[in-house]
Ligand binder design. Structure first.
Ligand SMILES: NC(=O)c1ccc[n+]([C@@H]2O[C@H](COP(=O)([O-])OP(=O)(O)OC[C@H]3O[C@@H](n4cnc5c(N)ncnc54)[C@H](O)[C@@H]3O)[C@@H](O)[C@H]2O)c1
Length: 353
């Protein structure tokens, strides 16, 4: 019998792609989300809802044991999902990302769910000095520099306590994700650089070009999550990515410029408006994961940038610029602040109505 998987955050950037992939692999999928963000990437082949998924529009703060009846595995993606959003209201960030998450997982465990896959983040490592960069592994000291990163770390600690012989817990610290999704985000490094290059022919650095970050393609991330769903690994924390995919911001900008030049003969200008509002910089070792996921993470960053450029070129014209870039839903923080302003979301980030 097919395993029944609940995916929270199923209508988010990662969730849309993960649900589609799970259905393709023959799983039964229940998707749960309070729908803070709409479908916003109107491109053939990218649909916000996948056929076969049972969607439940609900807030994770309102769940009971009954919601987990018949569920074998819980994949938890829902939450406030980046550093700027996490600072809008740090109390609410902790409420959703930590307290509601731990409460929800406890309910799921009590209801008989056997496995949890939790989407954490490499941002728990925070910052390593540029003059002596080290590769952080799972045991390295943590230095979360935002409420969001801290919420992931605190949550990991609490979830670890729930592990026992009948409940496996995988805490997956993702690298920064890139690539297209039906709920597209242009507040993510590569996605943002490609959009800005396509529409404005420039890339703006807001933090030092030397800042370091590990990257992972969205399809590779979802396949890695599925690897943890399908296999019995040791309950533990794993960095999710490849060590060779650690880049500086300037490395990535160079790859984006090169790809635009080679594909379209277009020169992309580099601009600097450095405010250092985002102090994160970290290199990450994925050596612990590597032996387990041979052949799962396959996408090359430069080729994936080319694929994104092609997707833009095939689906958008320069005339789309205004319509396209005015969609606040591409930028999580702008979208949420706008919805709060017009009364669609309250100050606790609950969707009204
Ligand atoms: N995208 C990345 O680069 C990245 C990197 C590291 C970790 N992560 C983590 O992976 C997960 C998914 O990220 P994403 O990029 O898809 O984010 P996203 O913001 O696109 O998706 C999060 C989803 O959770 C839903 N949600 C938020 N609060 C909820 C609540 N109270 N109840 C029910 N649903 C709620 C939102 O509506 C949204 O659909 C997040 O936990 C994020 O922190 C993402």
């Amino acid at each position: 019998m097919a395993q029944r998987i609940m995916v929270t955050g199923c209508n988010g950037y990662v969730g849309c792609i993960l649900c589609r992939e799970l259905i393709t692999r023959g799983f039964e999928v229940v998707g749960l989300d309070n729908r803070l963000f709409p479908s916003n990437f109107d491109v053939p082949g990218y649909s916000y809802e996948s056929e076969g998924v049972e969607y439940r529009i609900k807030d994770i703060r309102d769940l009971t044991e009954a919601d987990f009846e018949g569920i074998d595995i819980l994949v938890h993606l829902a939450g406030l999902s980046n550093d700027p959003i996490g600072e809008i209201n740090d109390r609410v960030t902790r409420k959703i990302n930590v307290y509601a998450t731990v409460e929800m997982v406890s309910l799921a465990k009590r209801a008989g769910v056997k496995k949890l896959v939790f989407s954490s983040s490499c941002s728990v490592y925070g910052f390593s000095p540029m003059e002596s960069p080290t590769f952080f592994d799972e045991l390295s000291p943590k230095n979360p520099v935002s409420t969001y990163a801290e919420s992931k770390l605190v949550c990991e600690g609490a979830l670890r306590n729930l592990v026992d012989a009948n409940f496996q817990v995988y805490m997956l610290r993702n690298a920064t994700v890139y690539g297209p999704s039906p709920r597209m985000r242009f507040d993510l490094l590569i996605n943002a650089m490609v959009a800005s290059s396509f529409f404005h022919k420039n890339i703006t650095f807001y933090s030092s070009p030397l800042v370091k970050r590990p990257l992972i393609n969205i399809n590779d991330l979802c396949r890695t999550f599925i690897h943890f769903i399908e296999n019995d690994m040791e309950s533990d924390t794993y960095n999710i990515g490849r060590t060779l995919d650690n880049y500086s911001i300037s490395d990535i900008a160079v790859l984006v410029c090169r790809a635009f030049y080679e594909r379209q003969g277009v020169d992309i200008a580099l601009r600097y408006k450095i405010d250092d509002a985002d102090p994160r910089s970290y290199l990450v070792s994925f050596a612990k994961l590597q032996p387990h996921i041979e052949g799962v993470i396959t996408h090359d960053v430069y080729e994936s940038i080319g694929d994104l450029i092609d997707l833009f070129t095939q689906n958008f014209s320069q005339e789309d610029t205004e319509i396209f870039l005015q969609k606040t839903s591409f930028y999580s923080i702008q979208h949420l602040l706008r919805r709060i302003e017009i009364g669609e979301i309250d100050n606790e980030f609950r969707v009204i109505g």
